[in-house]
Write a protein that binds this ligand. Structure first.
Ligand code: EPZ
Length: 429
């Protein structure tokens, strides 16, 4: 087990280049299982979730050739199995995309239930509702999902709740179904659009991704050889934008898609920092003063993203006045506030919302990250705090951010990853 020793009181300045989006890449990789051909994917983030996914595809019979750490060629002409073990699939959330793609391609699939960040119960009832509407029989037994069909047939599906995973998974299952599938009340996140774009590049017929209604007209087969590049990670970009505000710095975020960050840019401007869009793929954030207070409500895209809620919480913990964040997507996503309070913040977690009474400065502490974005938030808090912070449970961060330490150090942060022993970990809990 490792920990990060972070020396605080830093003001971050300079340029950072954003990697490909984790939440797009973990869907694009299984989407290639629908193709009887080869697909080379560029701009993949070099993170553990991606490595595990490639391991799963190899175990299914996909021929994998790594061009470099951010690009892989997948040959999906010979899929030998449609079963993936719980050991691999429980390591992360997005393994459930194997269901939509293998059900669509081969009519049967057996995968272990997904894992992922503990944000409260994470049901998959809407995914199953879609698969059953298309004509599949789905059984969940002993943490394994089995889905089978004699042939999927297009239909109309209205999602009970806006769900990124269900939108993408049902889209995957519909690509090779007979007839037309209309999915309503869908998620509009950039990664949903990215998956639809890849599928259309491979010969699918999908219109409406990024709107409230997606129409998929089934095609008999996807074949051929393709290349594709992953959309930039708007959550990684937003993480660095908020790090600039928390440290009163000046960061130029390169290789991002500014329009994917409109909700965040508006909030950052509202609290007194400056956001400068530069030539369509760069955002510069300059924060000269203590942030002003504000209120935030997380919503599905294009609303304020839940995956930037924790990082925004660090900024509001330091703001001038009292702020409120309402978390509308997940049941419990304020665990990080307890760690911030150990660093001198004054936050009350009410479950559905939290109130942040801003303080001038945080101080260092031993803190433990409970999920991927909480880990990123506590890292930012440590960089801005007055002295030294020890951050434990780094595997969460490693799942979702490529070389986050290297990127922060290049901006002026000071941190070192060292071994941690069990005893000290208990103390940090
Ligand atoms: C994706 O999770 C992301 N993960 C999450 O990012 C992100 O927080 C979330 O979308 C919302 O944007 C990946 O893309 C791998 P949902 P997902 O289905 O698809 C409920 C990160 O930090 N729901 O959009 O699992 C659900 O409980 C991670 O990168 C059902 O009730 O989220 C939640 O309240 C954390 N039934 C809401 O919908 C279902 O069948 C949104 O969930 C599915 C979801």
């Amino acid at each position: 087990m490792e920990k990060l020793i972070i020396t605080g009181n830093k003001c971050l300045k300079g340029e950072v280049v954003i990697s490909g989006a984790k939440n797009a890449a973990v869907a694009l990789i299984p989407a290639t299982l629908l193709l009887n051909g080869t697909c080379t994917i560029f701009n993949l983030p070099n993170i553990s979730d991606i490595k595990i996914y490639i391991e799963i595809l190899e175990s299914l019979g996909v021929k994998v050739t790594w061009n470099n750490k951010n690009s892989v060629k997948l040959d999906t002409r010979h899929i030998a199995s449609t079963n993936s073990t719980i050991e691999l699939t429980k390591k992360f959330r997005a393994s459930y995309y194997l269901i939509g793609s293998l059900l669509g391609r081969l009519g049967s699939v057996e995968v272990g239930l997904p894992g992922g960040c503990q944000l409260g119960p994470r049901p998959i009832d809407q995914h199953i509702k879609g698969f059953e509407a298309l004509g599949a029989k789905v059984v969940i037994e002993d943490e394994v999902i089995t889905a089978k069909t004699d042939g999927l047939v297009g239909t109309n599906i209205f999602l009970d709740i806006v769900s990124v995973g269900a939108t993408i998974n049902i889209m995957l299952a519909s690509v090779l179904a007979k007839g037309v599938t209309i999915i309503e009340n869908v998620a509009k996140e950039p990664h949903v659009v990215d998956v639809a774009n890849l599928l259309n590049v491979m010969g699918a017929n999908i219109v409406g991704a990024g709107t409230d209604v997606i129409k998929i007209t089934g095609v008999p087969k996807l074949k051929g050889n393709y290349i594709y590049s992953v959309v930039p990670d708007q959550i990684e970009a937003g993480t660095f934008m908020l790090a600039a505000v928390a440290t009163r710095g000046d960061i130029t975020v390169k290789n991002c898609t500014p329009e994917h960050l409109d909700a965040l840019s508006a909030k950052i401007t509202e609290i007194g920092a400056e956001v400068q869009p530069i030539n369509g793929d760069t955002l510069r954030v300059i924060a000269k003063h203590r942030p002003k207070r504000t209120n935030v409500k997380t919503l599905p895209y294009p609303g304020f993203p839940t995956d930037l809620q924790s990082q925004m919480g660090v900024v509001l913990a330091l703001a001038n006045g009292t702020s409120k964040i309402t978390e509308n997507i997940w049941e419990s996503r304020f665990q990080y506030t307890h760690a911030l309070n150990r660093m001198g913040a004054n936050i009350v977690d009410h479950g559905k919302f939290a109130t942040f009474r801003g303080v001038e400065k945080l101080h260092g502490a031993a803190v433990y990250s409970t999920d991927l974005r909480a880990g990123a938030a506590l890292l930012i808090a440590g960089i801005s705090a007055s002295d030294v912070t020890e951050l434990y449970n780094l595997q969460h961060i490693d799942r979702g951010y490529e070389d986050i330490e290297g990127k922060f150090i290049k901006l002026g942060a000071e941190m070192e990853r060292v071994e941690a022993d069990e005893k000290e970990i208990e103390l940090s809990l």
